[in-house]
Design a protein around this ligand. Structure first.
Ligand code: ZN
Length: 170
């Protein structure tokens, strides 16, 4: 694991590059949110980030949410579930990851998997320095699953109606 400050500088550089390439404005709010995760190493819900931010800045909930979305898209934070709440957490430089990939819609979610490295324990890499392990789990996401259930139920209903109509005719 990288040192805290080194990690923060690396993440800040990724963000600065993205902001420059996309001609966005540099805002102290954005950096303040990034600091919460990388310098204070907090684990926070979007609401909690907003609550902390509004103490220091005149900031809208949308700004906070948009920045969290941006960090997530850039792979700087991940969402983890804790106490039935979705929380954001720094993830840059974490060595063990897994991601779920929906085979229907392609939706990708990232998770930290602290025990994943155990499976690779004792592996000798040839002319290769291991930095990160990422495992992919393929399956069907919940929204695609419910879509499939709706379609199946609709088809079943149509079959039932057809069967009823046949009975009436005979
Ligand atoms: Zn899906």
């Amino acid at each position: 694991m990288m040192e805290k400050e080194e990690r923060y500088q690396a993440v800040k550089a990724i963000l600065a590059r993205y902001i420059q390439e996309n001609r966005m404005r540099n805002t102290p709010e954005r950096l303040a949110i990034l600091e919460m995760f990388y310098l204070q190493e907090e684990l926070l819900t979007a609401q909690e980030v907003y609550d902390i931010m509004k103490e220091r800045f005149v900031v809208s909930r949308a700004t906070v949410y948009n920045n969290l979305q941006l960090f997530y898209a850039l792979g700087l934070v991940i969402r983890v579930e804790e106490d039935n709440q979705l929380k954001y957490k720094a993830c840059f430089g974490e060595r063990e990851f897994f991601r779920t990939v929906c085979t229907r819609c392609g939706r990708i979610q990232r998770f930290v998997a602290p025990n994943l490295a155990l499976a690779f324990d004792g592996v000798k890499y040839k002319r290769f320095h291991m930095e990160q392990i990422v495992a992919s789990v393929y399956g069907v996401c919940s929204s695609c699953q419910s879509k499939a259930t709706r379609i199946r139920k609709k088809l079943e209903k149509e079959d039932e109606l057809k069967a009823l109509n046949k009975k009436k005719k005979s």
